[in-house]
Design a protein around this ligand. Structure first.
Ligand SMILES: C[S@@+](CC[C@H](N)C(=O)[O-])C[C@H]1O[C@@H](n2cnc3c(N)ncnc32)[C@H](O)[C@@H]1O
Length: 250
């Protein structure tokens, strides 16, 4: 019993110092869960020491040139909405160091995983928004992002919950404003009704064109695809991924 006390004290103090750092007022209501199991003392320390420099400050105006968000020079900017544990984002950041990656995710445990990976791999092309992507999209300058990835978004499979899905006319307006003309919006899902929903919403929106001519185009993952944690679960459970690419009209 007694030997656990220092560890508990360390966790309490790290958790207390993290409290001021977190940004989650009311997030649980929006996303179902903003925090899962408790973070380890090491994860708490990494968050305390590194999240402040990685996190975007939406209280400040966005830089005119978005590439200025990164400490090194980058040629393009990619936004990933709902990065989960960050595995896909980290693979991209490691494989394409000249691209700057912004990840948005309100789930604290996912943010902690990404922070750890950024530190472990010494990545200098990643920034984080640990809250709702819609706030971030409203903050980003027009025509500033080269690609936006929405990978396995929360499926909300029950019909009465479909209105909670991220893809809707308002979100597509936001994506269309922020993407540069000709930029890509990539969507992956294993849920048939969400795929059909997205194709319908995007078509109705009218600013994007779907880049598919044969079934292979939506059944084949993008080149260099590392997969995602959620996709691995879907595949284990016998579902398959669909990969939709839409380009914003010039
Ligand atoms: C089903 S999980 C998929 C995670 C990851 N993309 C993957 O494929 O493993 C969906 C994620 O989207 C996040 N999310 C939901 N609403 C969001 C929002 N408005 N802005 C940013 N992230 C959001 C959730 O917290 C969750 O981690």
């Amino acid at each position: 019993m007694g030997k656990d006390r220092p560890r508990e004290a360390a966790e309490d103090s790290a958790e207390a110092s993290l409290k001021g750092l977190l940004n989650h007022d009311g997030a649980a209501r929006l996303y179902g869960r903003a925090k899962g199991h408790s973070l380890s003392p090491r994860a708490l320390r990494l968050m305390r020491d590194h999240l402040p420099r990685l996190r975007l400050d939406l209280a400040q105006p966005a830089p005119e040139k978005l590439t200025a968000l990164f400490p090194k020079s980058v040629d393009a900017v990619v936004l990933e909405i709902g990065f989960g544990g960050g595995e896909h984002l980290v693979a991209g950041a490691r494989n394409t160091p000249r691209v700057g990656f912004i990840g948005s995710e309100p789930f604290v445990n996912g943010v902690a995983k990404l922070v750890r990976a950024v530190v472990e791999h010494d990545l200098d092309n990643v920034r984080i928004h640990d809250h709702d992507a819609r706030d971030l999209l409203d903050w980003l300058p027009s025509e500033s992002v080269d690609r936006i990835d929405l990978l396995y978004p929360d499926p909300w499979p029950k019909k009465r919950h479909w209105k909670r899905r991220f893809v809707n006319a308002q979100s597509l307006d936001r994506l269309a404003r922020v993407l540069r003309p000709g930029g890509a919006f990539r969507f992956a899902s294993d849920i048939d009704s969400y795929i059909a929903w997205t194709l319908f919403e995007v078509r109705r929106h009218g600013r994007f064109s779907w880049q598919a001519s044969t079934a292979a185009d939506w059944r084949t993952p993008w080149p260099g695809w590392p997969g995602t944690r959620y996709e691995a679960k879907a595949l284990r459970e016998g579902r398959r991924g669909h990969y939709l690419t839409f380009l914003l009209a010039p």
